[in-house]
Design a protein around this ligand. Structure first.
Ligand SMILES: *Cc1c(COP(=O)(O)O)cnc(C)c1O
Length: 387
């Protein structure tokens, strides 16, 4: 079976993990953590980076930094992972869902202004598949209405908007290094980026269990204690060591993923031209970090049949999010019942194809030929009325 995903291993991960163990310092905020954070700050110009144990944790830290009061509203796309909304729910906020664009699953920025009320505090753009949201439009609204912007850049490492790295544009940014992302910290991991000076000090305190331990270690205070809310958001050094090996090979990983992505794109173009499905849309302002290659099928039924067809040929293709506005949790906890047709359409029709570092180009060709086979049979089937 060709899996949908396989975590990437570039060669030095185990050696660096061993080094971390041998150093005798395994808890967070150590040497490998510093190396990773400095790498990110230097390469992408993030004002400050803090590694976390997950992307979810980075979002939770961001939500805490937004200092929300009960009744405050946070605008989130409905087509996203649970954590994007959950992190703000935990801080007592009300979630207001915005629909996706029909161009791609990102939030439709033209609908945002209509959702802003006197209670709105935060907008959370999710850069789906590593493709940028319309950040100029979003940042302009944030400025006009005095809102914070937290970028959910979980899938967006090494991608840009008009040349600016994703995660560096909003006040705060959140990345994930889960094993399904382009680079991983050994299974679970994440990172918070702090681009607005105002949040620097408090971010470190929240990161370190509500203490000013980080300042203490820099010699800025002579004892440390409990000063704020927080949690234990720091990853262990063996996770940072794994991540460091991946960062050293970031170019290689990205080049390979992009080559595979482009192979899908080229092979499947004739089918999109026939209108059988849509391929990922990359707006002019965005780059493609090859996080994901997806199709948008014409119907739920067609997608189900394609999944089954590929599975019968040992290929695992998977759908993605269910609309969060229709989730049991949201229905039970919110009185809002928005109609979000584009989001529902992606929930029903989007299909992700295998894409990972070790995937052979030959296998991509094979997968594409199965998809062509499927559509030739499917179309013929429908024409004959033989469904
Ligand atoms: C992966 C992901 C998350 C969560 O990251 P974890 O590291 O799994 O906690 C949040 N948002 C989006 C858009 C993601 O893709």
């Amino acid at each position: 079976m060709i899996p949908f995903n396989k975590p990437c291993l570039t060669g030095k991960e185990l050696r660096y993990m061993q080094e971390a163990v041998a150093s005798g310092k395994l808890s967070g905020n150590g040497e490998f953590t510093h190396r990773c954070q400095t790498f990110m700050e230097t390469r992408y110009g993030f004002r400050k980076c803090l590694l976390t144990t997950s992307g979810t944790d980075a979002l939770e830290m961001a939500a805490m930094l937004c200092d929300l009061q009960p009744g405050d509203e946070v605008i989130v796309p409905s087509y996203t992972f649970v954590s994007t909304a959950l992190a703000f729910i935990r801080e007592g906020a009300n979630i207001v869902f915005v629909d996706s664009s029909w161009q791609n699953p990102n939030m439709d920025a033209t609908q945002l202004e209509g959702l802003i009320t006197e209670h709105t505090k935060v907008i959370v753009p999710v850069h789906y598949a590593g493709v940028a949201c319309d950040m100029d439009a979003i940042m302009a609204l944030a400025e006009r209405y005095n809102l914070l912007v937290v970028e959910d850049a979980a899938q967006a490492i090494d991608s840009t908007y008009r040349g600016k790295p994703l995660g560096s544009i909003g006040h705060l940014g959140c990345f994930s290094f889960h094993e399904t992302k382009n680079i991983t910290a050994g299974g679970e991991g994440g990172m918070l980026t702090i681009n607005d000076e105002r949040f620097l000090q408090r971010a470190e305190i929240i990161w370190e269990k509500g203490t000013n331990r980080a300042e203490f270690f820099r010699g800025m205070v002579n004892k440390y204690g409990w000063v704020d809310k927080g949690s234990s958001f720091l990853p262990a050094e063996i996770n940072s060591a794994y991540l460091w090996a991946q960062l050293e090979n970031l170019e290689k990983i990205q080049q390979r993923r992009i080559r595979l992505w482009e192979t899908y794109d080229k092979e499947l173009s004739p089918l999109t031209e026939r209108g059988l499905f849509r391929k990922p849309d990359i707006p002019d302002f965005a780059t493609n970090n090859a996080h994901m290659f997806y199709l948008v099928c014409r119907s739920l039924e067609e997608r189900s049949r394609l999944i089954a067809y590929l599975r019968s040929r040992d290929i695992l293709a998977v759908f993605h999010y269910l609309s969060l506005h229709k989730s049991d949790y949201y229905q039970a906890h919110s009185s809002l019942r928005p109609q979000l047709d584009a989001c529902d359409n992606y929930a029903d029709c989007l299909l992700r194809l295998p894409l990972y570092y070790d995937l052979e180009k030959q296998t991509v060709h094979q997968i594409c030929s199965y998809i062509k086979e499927f559509y030739n049979e499917f179309i013929e089937d429908s024409l004959l009325g033989g469904r």
